[in-house]
Design a protein around this ligand. Structure first.
Ligand code: GEK
Length: 249
């Protein structure tokens, strides 16, 4: 069988030159083209979280169930799941509302021959009905959903999950103490600088993202997870102001 070749990863230089008026960040084709480089150089712990998603998916996948990757971008989490999930009849569903992202993700997802199939779906997760889900991933996606839709979106996700199913929720965080908040923002910027981003790139990206990525506190996330019904919700990973939670139905 012949497989699609994944495209060569391109370097993220989107904010390297002066933009004048910096437009709000969008997941368009320009972003999709450089996304693997962008996310690895911008999110501390990203590769670690992706690896752990594979390990967790293997544990929670139930036979004949669905594993959802919500806001799947280029399918990194779906691919990590695909490598480790062997439950018979399990299907991975990768959902994103950016057709540019989904189109590119197909190149990555179809480049390997593995037993668990992946379906891609172009849909808005705020109105998605999940069914028969044993494992759900929201890896840095909820942070882009308007605040007023987050509880309803999580409730819908919870309602589509099987008993004993797990949700991995990864998010950029803010901290109630302004000193702690500033400290971790500063060290996140040190991380980006160490990965080759200039001060201009860091500052323009910050302007582009501040109206579209609205971080909440860890306590806010844990309270909401409990409020929608999860029996257990815990922080399992944190690196500076980036964290991941595990919640069990
Ligand atoms: C990864 N999880 O590599 N419905 C569906 N998708 C959405 C919505 C929505 N309402 N809003 C945003 N997205 C990935 C990384 S990136 C995180 C996730 C980041 C999608 C959006 O198109 C983008 O692909 C993704 O959520 C967020 O593990 O760029 O920081």
């Amino acid at each position: 069988m012949t497989h699609r070749q994944p495209p060569e990863p391109a370097k993220d230089t989107i904010y390297a030159s002066e933009h004048g008026q910096v437009a709000d960040f969008r997941f368009d084709d320009t972003v999709a083209r450089v996304f693997p480089d962008m996310i690895k150089r911008s999110v501390p712990g990203y590769s670690h979280i992706i690896g752990m998603i594979g390990i967790l998916a293997e544990q929670y996948a139930q036979p004949n169930s669905r594993l959802y990757d919500l806001g799947s971008s280029l399918g990194a989490a779906s691919l990590a799941m695909r490598h480790r999930v062997h439950a018979p009849g399990a299907v991975i569903v990768a959902v994103d509302n950016s057709e540019a992202m989904l189109e590119r993700s197909r190149d990555f997802l179809e480049s390997e021959d593995l037993p668990t199939p992946v379906q891609t779906l172009c849909a808005d997760i705020t109105s998605l009905t999940l069914e028969n889900a044993s494992f759900v991933v929201l890896n840095f996606t909820l942070q882009f959903i308007p605040l007023e839709h987050r509880q309803e979106t999580l409730q819908r996700i919870y309602d589509g999950m099987l008993h004993g199913a797990a949700l991995v929720l990864s998010e950029k965080l803010r901290f109630p103490d302004p000193v702690q908040d500033q400290l971790l923002i500063q060290h996140h910027h040190d991380f980006k600088r160490a990965n080759g981003y200039s001060d201009l790139e860091i500052s323009q990206k910050r302007q582009a993202i501040e109206r579209v990525l609205l971080p909440e506190t860890a306590e806010g996330h844990l309270n909401r997870l409990k409020a929608v019904g999860f029996s257990t919700a815990t922080l399992w990973f944190q690196s500076f102001n980036f964290a991941s939670f595990l919640a069990i139905k």
